[in-house]
Write a protein that binds this ligand. Structure first.
Ligand SMILES: Cc1ncc(C[n+]2csc(CCOP(=O)(O)OP(=O)(O)O)c2C)c(N)n1
Ligand SMILES: [Mg+2]
Length: 413
């Protein structure tokens, strides 16, 4: 399979690298900052090579039916999963991949501001667990957790509006792209300070326990965040009170440009749990079957009142920390090795072997998903940008007496 079916009018495979370069050129502000001026001064060939590399990887990312090395073939049964559930899960993985790949391209075209944190390569870590959760179970995602929202079923229109910073985002356009959430789905907005979500999700789990609810919480973080104080305080508290929570650490080997070997002397981050008196387990985060069975058990354990579990998922982000990071601190070999372990073609292969998916089914899924992604983007682009008054609504409780914004008085509506 290839990306040949295209994902929209602006983004067909017919558009060349030269067009991409032109789009980037056109998106430049008239008066560049010193940093931008330096980037502009770089030889065009370098830019071309960078864009070519990005597009090559993106084309590979959406080629979800491709072959992969036999040693990465998935084995075993997914406990308690009906055939229909297995296919639904596949669709949510594809939604996550397609949305991400499309947004990366739109960012390079200057269609939204800020930056973009791609999750491509890591989707199984988020989607597989959140897909199994109840709507009123609490999710505490971090900055690279698109799959926590798509896994739980938050509509793509709402997620696209979040990326675009528009009023139809649940935060009404107040926050940085990729801080996906929705209160109706019990997914909290990621905190800027990493591992803060760990504390908030632990608090939610404590609340569920105090209120004697059957709900559970799940918190996500990266390898780098496990060195942060909040991570340890939260784990300690959860261990003491045997809270209904599952902690997921996505070890993608890097925290921005810092290798995990400079974050910790541990090889397996699941050993962090040893200090807090609850089980820790390390698994292949790119193996959907393993992730399904391990998270299913951990969710059950939490729901039964047996306390927390920490799951380290070994995984990899294909692109830079954010989309302004060329990630040239990593070797091509390392990237290649992990691209071969892509969770989605591996799972597609598993479904094929089970007779649940064929070439046509795969193409139809991808086509439907692409249409849905395009509709979400159209919705976000048509949604209004927030005005100064939107930045103040819902900030103050009680009577609001006006505030000076950008030199003018804003009255409460
Ligand atoms: C307390 C704090 N320190 C630093 C940052 C800046 N920062 C944002 S993400 C990040 C890297 C996190 O790495 P990791 O936890 O491995 O997650 P990954 O980005 O690899 O998914 C850093 C340093 C921050 N947001 N908060
Ligand atoms: Mg990391």
């Amino acid at each position: 399979m290839s990306d040949d079916s295209g994902t929209g009018t602006e983004d067909t495979t017919e558009s060349t690298v030269a067009q991409d370069v032109q789009e980037v050129e056109e998106a430049k502000p008239e008066e560049p900052t010193a940093e931008q001026a330096e980037a502009q001064a770089a030889p065009v060939d370098e830019k071309k090579a960078f864009l070519e590399d990005q597009r090559r990887k993106e084309a590979r990312a959406v080629d979800i039916g491709r072959a992969f090395p036999e040693k990465h073939r998935l084995e075993g049964e997914m406990k308690g999963a009906s055939d229909e559930k297995k296919l639904q899960l596949f669709r949510r993985l594809v939604v996550t991949r397609e949305f991400d790949a499309r947004m990366r391209r739109l960012f390079r075209q200057g269609r939204f501001e800020g930056t973009f944190y791609s999750q491509i390569g890591q989707e199984a870590c988020d989607v597989v667990i959140t897909f199994q959760m109840r709507k009123e179970d609490f999710v505490g995602p971090s900055h690279r957790d698109l799959g926590a929202s798509t896994g739980k079923g938050i509509p793509l229109k709402s997620l696209a509006a979040q990326v675009y910073g528009r009023v139809d985002s649940p935060d009404h356009g107040r926050y940085t792209a990729c801080h996906y959430w929705h209160p109706d789905w019990w997914v909290m907005q990621p905190a800027t300070s990493i591992a803060m979500n760990w504390v908030a999700a632990t608090g939610a789990a404590f609340g569920f326990k105090m209120l004697k609810k059957e709900n559970v919480a799940v918190a996500f973080c990266g390898d780098g965040a496990t060195a942060h104080g909040d991570f340890h305080e939260a784990c300690n508290f959860a261990g003491v009170h045997a809270l209904p929570i599952v902690y997921v650490v996505q070890n993608n080997l890097w925290a921005e440009s810092l290798p995990v070997s400079l974050t910790t002397a541990l090889t397996d981050l699941s050993h962090r749990a040893d200090a807090y008196g609850f089980p820790g387990i390390t698994i292949d985060g790119n193996d959907v079957v393993q992730v399904w069975n391990t998270t299913r058990e951990a969710l059950e354990r939490a729901r039964k009142g047996d306390g927390p579990t920490l799951i380290e998922m070994k995984t990899y982000r294909w692109f830079g920390h954010s989309d302004i990071d060329p990630a040239d601190y990593r070797s091509e070999d390392e990237v290649q090795t992990w691209m071969d372990r892509d969770p989605i073609p591996r799972y597609a292969g598993y479904l094929r072997e089970k007779g649940l998916l064929d070439e046509d089914g795969l193409a139809a899924t991808q086509e439907r998903v692409r249409k849905e992604v395009e509709e979400a983007i159209e919705f976000a682009e048509a949604s209004a940008r927030p005005g100064p008054e939107d930045y103040l609504s819902e900030v103050y409780a009680g009577e609001y007496r006006g505030f000076e914004v950008l030199g003018r008085e804003v009255e409460e509506a």
